[in-house]
Ligand binder design. Structure first.
Ligand code: UD1
Ligand code: MG
Length: 458
């Protein structure tokens, strides 16, 4: 016996008012559908996804994800979406788990418990339900003496029915045989003129099949995203979970309600995060770091014991240990900062490797370059890496001193232990252990203002 998982993700998502398919909107920094697919992957369940609106976008976004894609061209309802995927459930004794694609807070534990519950009861169909303080928008689930009775959609429910707070999560486990034999009995005689999958359990009940109702405890986990308000609600919960996980792992977070930590972020113990810090997806941050207010870090790695000062933007960079970054530093992709280096205020780096102990303390652009150990980069240094057509590299050796306001016109190399005089424009390689100066010699013309008729005293 095998279980496969079919995710219905073709809906119009009209309430989102978006050109992007609903299931690709992000919660915790991850597209909603990918959050669900991560669960199926860790449970090792084969999946299929029904896509519809902006199919091409969806197909592209799922490139590299192991799943089967079905196309529902006309979105005629959730039961119709399941019909479209009929190749997915051909073996009568196997099972198909069906879920909506718009429930981003689902957990592995919920799915595992639901499957175990259904299999223990040997049910032909099981429905995952939960009680909620705000049932609006959900299908209401009715029971009769503890046995399943029917599901009534919000738009078809009367005032009394709407008061029922036991609702349908949209997650079911069907024995394939019931889908194969009875799905075509669902009609579209309802307020939305749609083929509702929610009608199938009642049809099956009439045929005498066993229907089990699973009541899940934590309603949050099944929240669906149908509009932007629900999107932000789910995002808040996802971020809160990430923040709590970091705290449980020994991270101090001041005023956590102002901090955003997205999915797939690891943070080591004794790191301190100040208010208004944003750590986006895919970051690994070590122990004992201090991340100050307003820092934004994405797709980056930081070692141990670094200080990331206020308002620094770090994207696609790798920072080793004991470094000082910012305030107001901008580290762009492919920046590598080795141990004990310092990147100060208003310094921008891109495709730059700064070896151990390098200091670039102020107002500098370092792009397409490599800088050797312990070199000091003066304020206002610029690697002129772009000639209007191509990018070129600058290589600066170890233990160099680059005077302030130097322009290094790439491609250019500076040897170890060399000095560049402040205000130089360097267009040729500088050998090691030398001084390069390219500025114009200073002239003094005494009394010049007076000759021009200007005053030199009060
Ligand atoms: C659905 C359920 C409702 C349940 C709720 C849980 C139905 C009729 N109603 O309502 O009982 O409480 O989910 O969140 O099933 N989809 C398709 N093709 C379609 C229509 C929808 O693939 O033709 C997909 C959507 O992309 C979505 C899912 O099915 O991921 C559910 O559709 P949605 O429109 O969100 O239904 P709800 O109104 O939320
Ligand atoms: Mg929905």
């Amino acid at each position: 016996m095998k279980i496969k998982w079919l995710i219905l993700a073709a809906g119009e998502g009209k309430r989102m008012k978006s050109s992007l398919p609903k299931v690709f909107h992000k919660v915790g920094g991850t597209p909603i559908l990918l959050r669900i697919l991560q669960i199926s992957e860790s449970l090792n369940i084969e999946t299929g996804v029904v896509l519809g609106k902006n199919f091409e976008y969806g197909e592209k976004a799922l490139k590299g994800v192991k799943t089967k894609i079905f196309k529902q061209s006309a979105r005629l309802g959730t039961a119709h979406a399941v019909m479209i995927a009929k190749e997915f459930y051909t073996i009568p004794d196997d099972y198909t788990l069906i879920s909506p694609g718009d429930t981003p807070l689902l957990t592995e534990k919920d799915i595992k418990r639901f499957i175990d519950f259904s299999l223990e009861r040997n049910a032909d169909t099981s429905i995952l339900t939960f009680r909620t303080s705000n049932p609006e928008g959900y299908g209401r689930v009715f029971e009769n003496n503890g046995a399943f009775a029917k599901i009534v959609e919000e738009k078809d429910a009367g005032e009394e029915e709407k008061k029922n707070n036991l609702v349908n999560s949209g997650i079911y486990l069907f024995k394939n045989m019931v889908l194969l034999k009875h799905l075509n009995e669902v009609n579209n005689n309802n307020a939305q003129k749609e083929y509702y999958l929610t009608d199938l359990p009642s049809i099956l009940k009439k045929h005498g099949y066993t229907i089990a109702v699973f009541k899940a405890g934590n309603e949050e986990n099944f929240f669906g995203v149908n509009d932007r308000i629900q999107l932000s609600l789910c995002d808040n919960i996802a971020i809160k979970r990430n923040i709590e996980k970091a705290m449980e792992n020994g991270v101090t977070i001041y005023q956590p309600h102002t901090v955003r930590i997205e999915d797939n972020v690891e943070i080591g113990s004794d790191t301190i995060i100040h208010p208004h810090v944003v750590i986006e997806r895919n970051c690994i941050i070590g122990k004992g770091n201090i991340i100050k207010t307003g820092a934004i870090i994405s797709n980056s790695e930081i070692g141990d014991n670094c200080v990331i000062h206020e308002y620094s933007h770090i994207d696609g960079a790798k920072i080793l240990s004991n470094c000082k970054i910012g305030p107001f530093a901008r580290l762009r992709p492919q920046t590598v900062i080795h141990d004990q280096a310092k990147v100060g205020n208003f310094v921008e780096t891109k495709k730059a490797t700064l070896h151990r102990g390098v200091k670039a303390s102020h107002l500098t652009y370092l792009g397409d370059c490599e800088i050797g150990e312990n070199t000091n980069i003066g304020a206002g240094t610029i690697t002129c890496n772009y000639d209007g057509e191509k990018k070129h590299r600058t290589e600066i050796g170890a233990n160099c001193f680059i005077g302030s306001d130097t322009q290094l016109v790439a491609p250019v190399k500076i040897g170890d232990f060399s000095y560049i005089g402040a205000g130089s424009t360097i267009t040729q390689d500088v050998p090691e252990c030398s001084l390069a100066l390219s500025r114009v010699k200073q002239k003094i013309i005494a009394g010049w203002p007076e000759k021009k008729g200007k005053k030199c005293s009060k």
